[in-house]
Design a binder for this molecule. Structure first.
Ligand code: HEM
Length: 185
């Protein structure tokens, strides 16, 4: 084995990390504390600042949700045990853990705070947005399980399946953005 080979293999090995539940709890705690701080310091202006951070988190969440199935398409085409396959495993795990999961948590915590703060919980458009956001979170869960399946070399889905799945977050995003901006009902 060359030096290059050994460094590639070591990157693919899972490192000692906090559990997903612990990381999620920390992300929720930090987001709630930062929002409470913004309310104290900014007063009425906090709503717009929180909304700005909500949109930034949504952009990060969507970027990951659009890129991950694209990685799955390429991963399907790499042979099991090949160096490319091992590299895709690392890319998928890092994209999920470093970008997609924290961005989803921040989006949910701030989105619910915005809705509570503005009294949107009884509005029709908000119910519809919530339903589509839940569907997007379901797709997130499916992608997350698929990262584990790819990591254990037990993906059974074709590249065509991932090409179709690639469009689902886009369609949900279009619906959500129209609902929250146009507020048609
Ligand atoms: C995860 C659950 C979510 C909740 C509870 C939530 C809730 C909210 C609320 C209450 C607002 C403030 C609306 C206003 O002030 O008019 C908002 C703004 C916004 N949300 Fe979300 N949201 C969520 C997810 C998403 C997703 C998935 C997207 C896009 C894919 C999105 C895109 C936006 C945009 C673009 C705005 C700014 C709208 C404006 O200022 O006109 N949200 N969200």
């Amino acid at each position: 084995m060359t030096n290059d080979d050994s460094s590639r293999t070591s990157v693919a090995e899972p490192s000692a990390q906090a559990s997903p539940a612990k990381r999620a709890a920390v992300a929720v705690g930090v987001t709630i504390a930062a929002t409470a701080g913004a309310m104290l310091v900014l007063g009425d202006a906090a709503y717009l600042w929180v909304k700005a951070v909500h949109v930034i988190a949504i952009i990060s969440w969507m970027a990951g949700m659009l890129y991950l199935p694209r990685l799955f398409i390429y991963h399907c085409e790499a042979g099991v045990g090949s160096p490319q396959s091992e590299t895709f495993k690392v890319m998928e795990r890092r994209l999920l853990q470093i970008i997609i999961n924290p961005a989803m948590i921040v989006s949910w915590v701030l989105g619910l705070w915005l809705a509570w703060s503005a009294g949107y919980f009884s509005d029709g458009w908000f119910h519809a947005k919530l339903a589509l956001a839940l569907a997007l979170s379901g797709v997130h869960g499916y992608f997350s399980a698929s990262v584990r399946a790819f990591a254990e070399d037990r993906n059974s889905k074709t590249a065509r399946h991932w090409r179709i799945m690639n469009e689902v977050p886009t369609l949900l995003m279009i619906g959500i953005v129209i609902l929250v901006i146009v507020k048609p009902f």
